[in-house]
Design a protein around this ligand. Structure first.
Ligand code: ZN
Length: 530
């Protein structure tokens, strides 16, 4: 067994029914929905433009939220006004024109379809836009200005997002996932909506300001990769187990810990804690307790698997008696964290490894996107011979395009993410090349290409920690420390703009932070500190 701790059962953490409408509560509040969700690496040369985003509007957006179907309690408790929500796979920083277009659409929507009693701001929190340092703070401030002071805002995020003071100040409630991998993503969105509706329906008086809870916020000067902060293993498992305990305190509505996003070079990138509630002392105490525990555990975070340079990972995978299949994460170019997805350095290393070159061992590499190489495979046809230079169009990595000579093993058309996909066999190497970027998280992603990953000696995937099906697949696993835009070796990336004192960038001798939470709420359109 690779990992001694079982995942928490996400089905246990949905919110129950709403409280009955209280006297003075808003019976059918008008609630707008909008947001932009992307995790974007400023260390990747990839730029996320219009084509990167899936945009949902109106009923299509409502249908996307499984807990807001007609007849569902939360759906019927409000007059929903879905504007637009744009989400993308992780990638490089967002094209400023794409950001400006989406921002303008959200603001126009508020102007035309408002006013709203409340607004659900559905974001990720790690969006970098070329030329900006706090994109969600910018978007949130513009949204708040357009909404006006009388709208209640609930913000839901990924725990890999960042919470700047600007973003905090525009939100009345703000929360994030409590699990990584994010098995509770939908629970979290439902919780953000549920808590918002409870505030609107409760007996708080007619003034919207009376419905606003206190928010205790503080940043924790620690910035770690997701692959060290899985909540399936310690210390994150215990740190996150304390979140519902704090939430259960009298006078507390919600509690959240953000790990932050390590592959953007921005001052806001660090861990954060927010606790919200009606008891200003309880939220402060709860937030400081969670933050102190996080800081105190900073030295204990380790990679979810043995993290080794690629050559050593392959030594382990190819050792006599190593279990099969053996999974090696090509982690530095993980497209689901923001890697370009076309760094071909790792493929080059596999092709020159003698055990694979002579065909005595097999490895599938997933994947590199390269539309031109796929087109060459299509024109050669299955069984045809190709001589390609693969990848490195977006991120050259240390190798540039890698020479790949072999036979076309399969061609598969029509994947909604990847487009056309080809597999080229060279010795024992099965190299997957896709027309467009695609993460490989599921067994079906391989079998649809006529590759059975269970039958391979080694499965090498551009991923960090393993998604559930790959986790099941792996009889053995190493996290390969490979180069790319989401290099797990953070200190070699060269951050320049982080806040001073952030661990581990400031070294183990970093000064002890004060870790005092700021308690605030908005009243009469102004931020009041308590
Ligand atoms: Zn995340």
């Amino acid at each position: 067994m690779l990992n001694p701790t079982e995942p928490v059962d996400a089905s246990q953490i949905w919110r129950g029914p709403l409280s009955p409408l209280a006297p003075g509560g808003i019976s059918l509040p008008r609630i707008g929905i909008a947001g932009i969700a992307i995790e974007s690496s400023t260390f990747s040369p990839h730029v996320s433009g219009d084509e990167a985003f899936t945009e949902r509007r109106g009923e299509e957006l409502m249908a996307y939220y499984g807990f807001l179907n007609p007849g569902d309690e939360l759906r019927e408790a409000a007059d929903w006004v879905p504007l637009v929500q744009a989400r993308s796979l992780p990638g490089g920083a967002v094209d400023p024109a794409t950001y400006a277009r989406l921002k303008a659409e959200i603001l126009d929507g508020i102007r035309v379809q408002g006013p709203f009693d409340a607004f659900w701001f559905d974001i990720h929190g790690a969006m970098s836009v070329v030329g900006m340092e706090d994109a969600e703070g910018d978007l949130g401030a513009a949204v708040r200005q357009e909404l006006g002071a009388d709208t209640f805002v609930s913000t839901s995020m990924d725990l890999h997002g960042n919470v700047s003071r600007e973003l905090l100040d525009v939100s009345d409630l703000i929360t994030c996932y409590r699990m990584a991998p994010h098995e509770d993503a939908w629970n979290t969105k439902q919780r953000a909506v549920h808590n918002m509706l409870e505030r609107l329906r409760g007996e708080h008086g007619s003034n919207i300001d009376a419905r606003r809870p206190y928010k205790a916020w503080l940043q924790v000067p620690v910035l770690l990769p997701g692959e060290k902060t899985s909540t399936r293993i310690e210390p994150a498992r215990t740190l996150y187990a304390a979140v519902p305990e704090v939430e259960a305190m009298d006078g507390v509505i919600d509690a959240a810990i953000w790990v932050g996003y390590a592959w953007a070079d921005e001052p806001r990138c660090q861990a954060a804690v927010v606790v919200t509630g009606d008891d200003s002392r309880a939220v402060k105490e709860g937030a400081e307790r969670l933050a102190r525990a996080y800081w105190d555990a900073r030295d204990e975070f380790v990679f979810v698997a043995d993290a080794l340079p690629l050559a050593e990972s392959l030594d382990a995978a190819l050792a006599e008696g190593a279990p099969r299949p053996y999974v090696v994460s090509d982690s530095g170019d993980n497209p689901t964290a923001g890697g370009a997805g076309d760094v071909s350095w790792t493929l080059g290393e596999l092709l020159t490894r003698p055990e694979f070159a002579d065909g005595s061992s097999t490895v599938v590499h997933a994947s590199i996107f390269d539309a031109e190489a796929v087109a060459q495979c299509v024109s050669a046809g299955v069984g045809g011979t190709v001589s390609l230079h693969v990848g490195a169009q977006v991120d050259a990595g240390p190798s540039g395009p890698v020479a790949l000579e072999g036979t076309v093993f399969s061609i598969t058309e029509g994947d909604k993410d990847a487009g056309t996909q080809s597999v080229v066999k060279a010795g024992g190497v099965y190299a997957i090349i896709t027309e467009r970027r695609k993460p490989f998280h599921h067994i079906h992603d391989f079998t649809m290409l006529s590759i059975d990953p269970h039958a391979m000696d080694v499965v090498c995937v551009k991923i960090g920690y393993l998604e559930p099906e790959l986790y099941e697949l792996a009889a053995g696993w190493k996290l390969g420390l490979t180069p790319g835009g989401v290099d797990q070796d953070l200190l070699r990336l060269g951050h320049k703009n982080l806040a001073p004192g952030v661990f581990p960038f400031a070294g183990v001798s970093a000064a002890e932070p004060e870790l005092a939470a700021v308690v605030s709420r908005v009243q009469a359109g102004k931020v009041e500190e308590h």
